[in-house]
Design a protein around this ligand. Structure first.
Ligand code: ADP
Ligand code: ZN
Ligand code: ZN
Length: 816
């Protein structure tokens, strides 16, 4: 009796047993994929995690269909890590497996629908149903027909899918098929019959009257002598300044033979930089201190002010690990930042840098996967966003987590809802690797861990090249409005500073943490504000399209000309977003070139990178943007940064609101004055005396930390308590209310821990589903494993209650 234990790429917590033949049993290794039947008639790609002789007791083991690999494509490190993730983040192991593998390695018999990766989508042209499918495919790389039926909540979904295919937005993948096709390159070599001296003479004879062909053959000899590597047709044609047709003629004459080799798509040809990087004294000291810290501890926090040159320290450290032959993983909060970083790293490490990019297509991602698996030179350094954590590292030596405070490291949907920083530390532990967390504004949790000696701590307090920290000036909006010194949303102070900067040929960054033109349209007569039909939020006004749009579900309607409640035509806008700032700028500075960077302008493939590049190339003078601006960008001609309104960040109903506001403002401010000249930051606010704003102004991270830590302790939040957030969703308001109350009661009776809720979130309905949250707080010092078991048991019994079956519950451990 021969069996394998497998994980299925489905949201199932269990593993499954399949039977195999003796030959298969001897061939199969842990980490290979097998195609297995599941359910009535479906086939999935399962992952073997155990090979054994134990017949399952509860069911008859089915046979596998076929073995898909010749060798393991998933390492034992990964399997252990994924099991840890499923356990810690309370999700199904199948969810982790599915989320971790490039979907090209997870073929299924069912029809899969995929978004075409390189198509630009004008969302305003989509119907509601089409939008929902499109939106869902932005969260997940592909959907099954069944998923789409559930999303649209109707049976007949083929017309919707057909339309999306017609619009060139979706593609279908059908049947089990190996979708990974390596790209092949055409090479030529001299036919073996001309290998001898004798043969060469013959050859010259044959070519006597064919000058063009002779030219190519001579070039072939030159190239083979000088380059000592296979010669591509392309290279040969270029060198001989000839044409492929003539090469073809030589192949036909059997003088050349052609052959094909696989080329790696993501091929960097750059050479490493020869001249050594010179660290400043402060950098050198930090570099040595990090190394010393790694002798004692596995994790080190590097807190360096903005523009202190953390990247250069990372590079020096990477050099050390490369020398030992180990693999290095470099995690970034935002994949759009890779372009900048890759060119910096390539300058030092040439071809050893691989990028794992969610926007790359399946083939490209599988290529990186295989390189990492083979411990190839080409992928010794892997750069990526959080999902790069799932690659099949063989011998990981060092992980860098840059801008570790960024919340994008936490995946919120779908499961696994993991935090890449924390999961990386666990992964590093199994490889005996070191982890460096870098930030100018560390998360409270990380700083706490550093202060309590769990992590090492290294600080850089000065900017590279004696550049001064920017000067931060506050502008009191209340006072400015009162004294009529405002032009739109611009204070006279800000306008003056922008004018000066433009006169000097410098660029300006303006930060507004909201996209669109203006958040709401309000009726002056009756106060009515148009809301989304499916969500509990007001609609955002987008001037450019003259539309009202929901930022949660994408619903849009034409901008009303009169109030839908009282028919009054006196409508006004309230609040403001990036689009309105841009409009006002055009009016105030008619000669300046203005760019905008927010979700609306960066949608297309590499849209974000394009805007960054044109700003770097000084194609525009002023860049208006949302929080994307706060993510470690390096511009050398920006000396002025303006924060349009600091207040809307501060008043988020979230225990991290002050911490985040501090981080966001400090990071945006850090974009100013990164070359010789001292930069200036103008913060416009109604609350110049707010503690957080004062802390930003005084670069007082420690002050912010102390104040927040105190609050966290009193109100029972991280780092003192771990938070598990349960979110319940259903279309039926009363059922949901009843169900969440039931769950809350059972949890609080059984846990002997603070359980809060069930609360209605600020936005309590999205896409017609009502939402309730329950929050469980677990003190840091209580064992979390047994608590999670109890919670899981309660959730299982909740699922078993018939009248609550339609309620969907998601579990978010260490909710961010
Ligand atoms: P941080 O990530 O700490 O904000 P960066 O690593 O982006 O800072 O460095 C800021 C700027 O200083 C960059 O333009 C970088 O090229 C430059 N820089 C930093 N260290 C050095 C060095 N040792 N030699 C030359 N340039 C450096
Ligand atoms: Zn009205
Ligand atoms: Zn909506």
């Amino acid at each position: 009796m021969y069996f394998v234990e497998v994980i299925l790429p489905l949201s199932l917590a269990k593993t499954f047993t399949y039977s195999v033949s003796e030959a298969e049993f001897l061939f199969i290794k842990k980490g290979m994929r097998v195609a297995v039947p599941f359910g009535k008639s479906k086939i999935y790609t399962a992952l073997v995690i155990e090979i054994h002789n134990n017949k399952p007791t509860l069911y008859e083991a089915k046979e596998i269909h076929q073995i898909l690999d010749d060798f393991p494509v998933v390492t034992e490190f990964q399997i252990a890590h994924w099991i840890w993730i499923a356990d810690y983040y309370m999700c199904a192991i199948g969810d982790v497996y599915r989320g971790a593998m490039p979907s090209g390695l997870l073929l299924e018999s069912e029809t899969l629908i995929t978004k075409k990766s390189d198509s630009f989508v004008d969302e305003s042209l989509l119907s509601d149903d089409e939008y929902l499918v499109y939106e869902a495919l932005q969260q997940q790389s592909s959907l099954k027909i069944l998923d789409i039926t559930a999303i649209l909540n109707k049976k007949n979904i083929f017309p919707v899918i057909q339309k999306l295919i017609d619009k060139n937005i979706l593609v279908l993948q059908e049947e089990v098929q190996e979708s990974y096709k390596p790209k092949l390159v055409r090479y030529v070599r001299l036919h073996s019959k001309y290998d001898t001296n004798e043969g060469l003479k013959d050859l010259l004879e044959v070519l006597k009257s064919a000058n063009k062909q002779k030219e190519i053959v001579l070039n072939y000899f030159q190239l083979s002598a000088s380059e000592k590597k296979p010669i591509t047709v392309k290279r040969l044609v270029e060198a001989a300044q000839s044409s492929p047709a003539i090469v073809k003629a030589l192949v036909d004459k059997e003088i050349f033979e052609e052959y094909f080799l696989q080329e790696d798509r993501i091929n960097f040809s750059g050479k490493g930089r020869e001249d050594d990087l010179q660290l400043s004294n402060a950098q050198q000291f930090a570099f040595e201190s990090v190394k010393a810290s790694f002798k004692q501890k596995a994790v080190c926090l590097l807190q360096g002010v903005t523009s202190s040159g953390k990247t250069e320290i990372y590079i020096k450290l990477i050099e050390e690990y490369l020398a030992t032959g180990k693999q290095v993983l470099y995690l970034l909060p935002e994949i759009a930042l890779t372009t900048q970083l890759v060119s910096r790293l390539r300058a030092h490490f040439g071809n050893k840098v691989a990028v794992f990019h969610s926007k790359y297509n399946n083939n490209e991602r599988i290529e990186v996967w295989n390189q990492v698996l083979q411990n190839a030179d080409k992928a010794q350094i892997v750069i990526g966003a959080r999902s790069a954590l799932f690659l099949p590292f063989q011998d990981l030596g060092f992980i860098i987590i840059d801008e570790e405070h960024e919340q994008t490291f936490k995946q919120s949907d779908p499961a696994p809802r993991y935090h890449a920083r924390d999961a990386a530390i666990v992964l590093a532990n199994s490889h005996q690797a070191k982890v460096l967390l870098g930030s100018a504004t560390p998360s409270i949790e990380t700083f706490f861990n550093a202060k309590s000696d769990k992590y090492g701590y290294v600080e850089i307090t000065e900017r590279f090249g004696n550049v001064m920290m920017p000067e931060i000036a506050l502008v009191d909006l209340k006072d400015k409005y009162f004294r009529k010194k405002m032009n739109g949303h611009f204070s006279d102070t800000l306008i003056e500073e922008i004018t000066t900067a433009l006169t000097l040929g410098e660029q300006v960054i303006l930060f507004q943490n909201r996209r669109g033109y203006s958040p709401i349209i309000e009726c002056i007569t009756c106060g009515h504000v148009p809301h989304c039909e499916q969500c509990d939020v007001s609609l955002t006004y987008h001037k450019h399209k003259n539309q009202l749009r929901c930022h949660y579900c994408g619903y849009s309607m034409a901008n009303p000309t009169l109030c839908h409640a009282c028919s009054s035509i006196d409508l006004t806008t309230k609040g403001f977003g990036t689009e309105q700032i841009e409009q006002e700028l055009i009016a105030i500075f008619p000669n300046a070139k203005i760019g905008r960077m927010d979700q609306d302008t960066t949608r297309g493939k590499f849209g974000f990178e394009k805007i960054i590049d044109s700003f770097k190339n000084r194609e525009f003078d002023i860049l208006v943007g949302t929080q994307m601006l706060a993510k470690g960008l390096d511009f050398d001609n920006v000396n002025l940064v303006g924060i349009m309104n600091a207040d809307n960040m501060l008043y988020h109903p979230d225990f991290r609101a002050f911490e985040r506001s501090f981080q966001m403002m400090t990071q945006v401010a850090g974009r100013a004055g990164r070359s010789e000249k001292r930069g200036k930051v103008i913060i416009q606010t109604y609350n110049p005396n707010h503690n957080t704003i004062q802390q930003v102004t005084n670069t007082d991270y420690n002050g912010m930390y102390k104040e927040q830590l105190y609050d966290r302790q009193i109100y029972k939040y991280p780092p003192y308590f771990r938070i598990i957030k349960l979110t319940l969703k259903q279309r039926d308001f009363d059922k949901l209310k009843e169900g969440s109350m039931w769950l809350y009661n059972v949890l609080s009776q059984n846990l002997n821990l603070p359980v809060l809720g069930p609360e209605e979130p600020v936005i309590s309905r999205i896409r017609n589903e009502y939402i309730r949250n329950i929050i469980i707080k677990i003190p840091q010092n209580t064992p979390i494993g047994s608590t999670k078991k109890t919670i899981q048991k309660i959730l299982n019994s909740f699922e078993a209650v018939a009248q609550y079956r339609a309620i969907r519950v998601t579990t978010n451990v260490d909710f961010y």
